[in-house]
Design a protein around this ligand. Structure first.
Ligand code: SF4
Length: 254
């Protein structure tokens, strides 16, 4: 299956109907995904043995890439609406993640003060107070719970280390609801997190954490594991309906 990795530390701008002109920031190696999960649907492909041996960009390289790209775009009269930490794995794994957030926010304020800064994180590093504090500084900490059942999460997210849904939920409580929950729904012979049992556990997690927004989506590209099926917009909407009835803000991206 064709999956891909980002080559640059700062990439884009990419035009998106939803967020406008968007820059991405990748703090992981360009050669391989580095992540605490290995999700069956990951657009970066599967984890490769020895991926951690590839060096992460240094703090100086990240600073230079951000300053250089932001300054060049600004000098060329090009605006940016959104700056998102995404890329080849889990951004909070970078040891200088808190300092990089500070650098990014300062550069945003200087060059593109209207731009919204988001971090897509799988929420496995919320046991670190410095990571939580950094995530609280950005406009959109976007934190993942795909499945609130440990045995299903083990199959879907394939976590490394001692991940538990209860641990992730405990970490998210620190945000007092001021975060966006991201949830991927998929079907297939490997895993199906649209079953009534899986959705009931997920509803409980959402109702407990009260995120200010839930981003619900399904696969849009090739997946590293065969047989992962896209969930239709209609079925995503049906899955969201009980939470919409409760008054939650659910954004469906299909
Ligand atoms: S958390 Fe994100 S980067 Fe990591 S394996 Fe899952 S989809 Fe890929």
């Amino acid at each position: 299956m064709a999956t891909f990795l980002w080559d640059d530390i700062v990439f884009g701008p990419i035009h998106s109907r939803r967020v406008g002109r968007s820059l991405g920031i990748n703090l992981l190696p360009r050669e391989a995904k580095v992540c605490t999960f290995d999700c069956v649907y990951c657009e970066c492909g599967g984890l490769k043995r020895g991926a951690e041996k590839h060096p992460l960009p240094t703090l100086a390289q990240v600073r230079e890439a951000i300053e250089g790209k932001f300054a060049a775009l600004s000098a060329g009269g090009q605006g940016v609406d959104s700056i998102s930490f995404t890329g080849n794995g889990e951004p909070t794994l970078h040891p200088d993640f808190p300092a990089i957030i500070d650098i990014t926010l300062k550069a945003r304020d200087r060059y593109f003060p209207e731009a919204v800064v988001s971090v897509f994180s799988n929420a496995t590093r919320l046991d670190r107070p410095d990571v939580v504090e950094a995530l609280k500084k950005v406009d959109n900490p976007i934190l993942k719970i795909d499945c609130a059942l440990d045995d299903m999460a083990a199959v879907m997210n394939r976590p490394r280390g001692g991940y538990t849904v209860a641990g992730a939920i405990e970490g998210m409580k620190a945000f007092d609801g001021n975060f966006v929950m991201q949830t991927m729904l998929v079907r297939g012979p490997v895993v199906d997190n649209t079953t009534p049992e899986a959705l009931a556990a997920w509803y409980d997690a959402v109702r407990l954490l009260k995120p200010r927004e839930v981003m619900l989506y399904s696969v849009s590209r090739d997946t590293p594991v065969a047989g992962i099926e896209k969930v239709s917009f209609e079925d995503l909407s049906a899955a969201a309906a009980p939470l919409v009835a409760d008054g939650f803000n659910i954004q469906i991206n299909a």
